[in-house]
Design a protein around this ligand. Structure first.
Ligand code: PHE
Length: 359
């Protein structure tokens, strides 16, 4: 019988040289496949004498088994190498710090709403909300603004459309956050201490007016809440908000929903065209306020013989302009990315009275 060792060596070399799984499969077919060299040799066993067949058969079987395991081993090591290569290529250092570039910023209105809310929350005020589309009852009547009252015209109200023939009074876009006073009293009764930040709408548009803007309402009802407490509260608020002691000036005024009413100015000065809050001899009007009118208490289901309190309303946009030196109100709502990057705040820097209100 032929010596099988050259044959063995030749196939082992070819297995060793196979560089990928497809090459391995080629080698396997040409050695052990149906028409493979080894298989053909085994077929020749039938022509041999029984003695030859016994020795050659045994040797061929052993060779076939050896090649078979060599093929499997080579295939496994190629697969391992492929996996290693892939792992090396797709390696990612998850401990690298994130990219510092800011993608988005917090809008100054959101920032200031959060700051104002944090300060009042610290003084025990909860946050109340109401719809931006209101009935004219909540926006006007409940607040002691009768249908023929001139304040209705002054508010430059947007009226919602009604279907022809539907003669119920139209809904309005709320012209102030004061209707939330009524809703909060109806929902929670007295005593109550809430603020209500939100969007309001008036038909008005110039450098300091936009048809949509933001107010924050305050309401405190108790058995003996006084004008003095109103004054303390707003002075405390402005000082916390501007980070400096701010004097206030109360000027007698008129609102249908408060009696007496006062407009509040904060102390300021103009230095080289720049406004500085909390020093100097100028005054800037920032807030409307007063003692809640008995009619308003009744609208909220609160008995004016037992309860009294104060209310105030102020413009959030105005507050943002004053604190962060933003000159034009309209830019707030133009969504100009350069403006937003410049005036926006870092997300995650949540304002709190203890942790600091802004950068
Ligand atoms: N609602 C008033 C306004 O929009 C502000 C105000 C609120 C005045 C509460 C007094 C009391 O001008």
């Amino acid at each position: 019988m032929d010596d099988l060792s050259p044959l063995r060596q030749q196939w082992l070399d070819r297995i060793k040289d196979a560089a990928d799984p497809a090459a391995i499969e080629d080698v396997r077919l040409s050695a052990l496949g149906k028409k493979g060299e080894i298989s053909l040799k085994m077929r020749e066993l039938g022509k041999m004498t029984p003695e030859e067949r016994q020795t050659t058969g045994k040797a061929l079987n052993a060779l076939r088994d050896e090649l078979d395991s060599a093929l499997r081993a080579r295939k496994a090591s190629l697969e391992d190498a492929a996996l290693e290569a892939r792992l090396a290529e797709e390696w990612l250092d998850v401990t690298l710090p994130g990219r510092p570039r800011r993608q988005g910023t917090i809008h100054p209105i959101s920032q200031v709403s959060d700051e104002v809310t944090a300060i009042f929350a610290d003084m025990g005020f909860a946050v109340a909300e109401g719809p931006q589309i209101e009935t004219d009852w909540y926006n006007f009547d409940a607040l002691n603004i009768a249908p023929e009252h001139p304040a209705r015209q002054e508010h430059d109200t947007f009226f919602m459309h009604r279907a022809p023939g539907d003669d119920r009074p139209p809904h309005v876009l709320r012209t102030h956050t004061s209707p939330v006073q009524i809703r909060a009293m109806q929902d929670h009764g007295a005593p109550i201490r809430v603020i209500a930040p939100g969007r309001v709408y008036r038909m008005d548009m110039d450098q300091t007016h936009a048809p949509m803007f933001h107010q924050i309402e305050g309401l405190a009802i108790g058995r003996d809440i006084s004008m003095a407490q109103l004054k303390w509260t707003v002075e405390e608020f402005f000082s916390a908000y501007f980070g400096t002691r701010v004097k206030t000036r109360f000027r007698a005024s008129h609102f249908p929903f408060t009696e007496p009413s006062a407009e509040v100015d904060i102390q300021c000065s103009w230095v080289d065209g720049k406004l500085i809050v909390g020093e100097g001899d100028d005054w800037l009007e920032v807030l409307g306020s007063g003692m809640v009118h008995p009619h308003v208490l009744r609208s909220g289901g609160v008995d004016p013989n037992e309860w009294q309190g104060f209310a105030f309303g102020m413009g959030i946009d105005r507050m943002a302009m004053l604190k962060y030196g933003i000159p034009d109100l309209r830019a707030f709502f133009e969504s100009d990315l350069r403006w937003l990057r410049h005036y926006g705040f870092v997300p995650g820097d949540v304002p709190s009275v203890a942790g600091g209100l802004s950068r």
